[in-house]
Design a protein around this ligand. Structure first.
Ligand SMILES: Nc1ncnc2c1ncn2[C@@H]1O[C@H](COP(=O)(O)OP(=O)(O)O)[C@@H](O)[C@H]1O
Ligand SMILES: [Mg+2]
Length: 340
C-alpha cells in the first residue's frame, strides 16, 4: 500500500533515489540517521522504518538516546521493550531504558575493579575507582552504544533502524578496535611469558589460575571486532545524513561525511528535509516565505555541489509536525518516491 505523492520541483538531479539504493542493497540490516539537532533525524528514521516494513521486512525502530522521542512521534508508548507499532504490520519500536543500562554497566565495572584490586593486592575501595570511571559523559554514551550492539547481536529482526547515528561512538569504536587489539595481544604475550617463567621455576604443571580481567578484555575485543565487521560492511550497514537546505545543517553533515569516509563507515546517502517547493508558493505569498524559498534554492545547489551522487531524496516541509503513523506513512512516501 503506497500513498501517491505529488512530485516536487527541485533544482537538482537525483542520480540514485533512496528506493533505488534499497533495491541495490537487499541485505541492508543496520541503518542510522545522523545530522544536526532538529533537522528531522527521528522523523526520517521513523519514516524509513515504516517504508521498510511496508516493503515486507521485519523492522525494529530503536532509540538509544537518553532523551527519547519515539513514543511521542508514534503517539504510542514504546518505552522499555520492543512494541508492535499499531497500524504498521512488521514494525516494532523500542526506546531503550537508559537508567537501567547505566546501572548495569556500573555494576559490571564495580565487579571488575573489585576483582582487580584484590588481584593486584591494592588497598582501597572500589567505589572511588568506579566513581572515577563512570563520572564522565563518555561513559553514558558508551553504555548506550553497548545497548545498540547488544540489540544487533540478538539478531531478532531483519532490519534495525536507529534513531540517531552514534557519530562520535562509531568513530571511537573503530579507533578503539585497533588499540584494544594491540593492548590485548600485549597482555596475552606478557602473561604467556610470565607463565613460562613460572613453569620453569616451579616445575609445577599446575593449571593456570583464572584471570577474569584478561577474559573480559578478550571478550570485549571480540565484540568490538564483530561490531566493526558489521558496521563497516556496505552490504549490511548504511549511515544516512539528514540536512535542511541551510548553511549550518549542511556544514554539520559535511564534517560527518568526511569522518565517516576516513573511517571506512558505509554512507547510505543524504536526505534533504523541510524543502519548500517553489511550485507550490503562490505569487502573492508573503515576502518572508518568498525569501526563504529563494534561500533554499541557493542551498539546494550547494547540496548538489557538495554531495552530488549521495543525494537520495527530498522531503517537503509539511504544514504540521510529523506525528502519528499516518503522517509517517506520508513522509515515507516522499522518502521512497521515484526520481522526479
Ligand atoms: N518535513 C517536515 N515537515 C514538518 N515538520 C517536520 C518535518 N520533519 C521534521 N519535522 C518536525 O520537526 C521537529 C524536529 O524533528 P526531529 O525528527 O525530532 O528532529 P531530530 O531528531 O533531528 O532532532 C519535530 O517536531 C518534527 O515533527
Ligand atoms: Mg531526534
Amino acid at each position: 500500500m503506497s500513498t501517491a505523492v505529488p512530485t516536487l520541483t527541485i533544482p537538482i538531479t537525483i542520480q540514485k533515489t533512496l528506493a533505488q539504493f534499497m533495491d541495490e542493497h537487499p541485505n541492508l540490516r543496520y541503518t542510522f540517521f545522523g545530522g544536526k539537532g532538529g533537522v528531522g533525524k527521528t522523523v526520517m528514521a521513523g519514516a524509513a522504518a515504516v517504508g521498510l516494513a511496508q516493503r515486507g521486512h521485519r523492522v525494529l525502530l530503536a532509540s538509544t538516546n537518553p532523551v527519547h522521542s519515539l513514543s511521542s512521534m508514534l503517539d504510542q508508548d514504546v518505552f522499555g521493550k520492543p512494541t508492535p507499532v499499531e497500524g504498521v504490520p512488521n514494525l516494532w519500536a523500542y526506546e531503550i531504558d537508559t537508567k537501567d543500562t547505566i546501572e548495569r554497566a556500573k555494576k559490571d565495572i564495580r565487579e571488575k575493579i573489585s576483582w582487580f584490586l584484590k588481584y593486584a593486592d591494592i588497598k582501597g575501595r572500589a567505589d572511588e575507582f568506579v566513581e572515577a570511571a563512570t563520572m564522565n559523559p563518555a561513559f553514558e554514551e558508551s553504555a548506550m552504544f553497548e545497548n545498540m550492539i547488544e540489540l544487533i547481536f540478538k539478531d531478532e529482526y531483519d532490519v534495525y533502524v536507529f534513531d540517531t547515528a552514534p557519530t562520535a561512538n562509531a568513530r571511537r569504536l573503530l579507533g578503539m578496535s585497533s588499540v584494544y587489539t594491540l593492548w590485548v595481544n600485549k597482555m596475552i604475550q606478557s602473561r604467556e611469558e610470565a607463565r613460562q617463567l613460572r613453569l620453569k621455576l616451579s616445575f609445577s604443571k599446575k593449571e593456570e589460575e583464572e584471570d577474569p580481567l584478561l577474559d573480559y578484555l578478550i571478550t570485549f575485543q571480540k565484540r568490538i571486532q564483530r561490531a566493526k565487521a558489521l558496521l563497516t560492511d556496505p552490504e549490511k550497514t548504511a549511515f544516512f545524513f539528514v540536512t535542511l537546505p541551510e548553511a549550518l545543517p549542511i556544514a554539520v553533515i559535511r564534517r560527518f561525511i568526511n569522518w565517516f569516509t576516513d573511517f571506512g563507515i558505509p554512507i547510505g546517502g543524504v536526505i534533504v528535509n523541510m524543502y519548500m517547493d517553489p511550485a507550490t508558493i503562490p505569487p502573492d505569498a508573503d515576502e518572508f516565505v518568498k525569501n526563504r524559498v529563494t534561500m533554499q534554492q541557493r542551498y539546494m545547489k550547494e547540496i548538489e555541489q557538495l554531495f552530488g551522487p549521495l543525494v537520495r531524496t527530498v522531503v517537503p516541509l509539511f504544514d504540521t509536525e510529523v506525528r502519528g503513523v499516518e503522517m509517517l506513512k506520508r513522509t515515507a512516501a516522499y522518502l521512497f518516491a521515484p526520481a522526479p
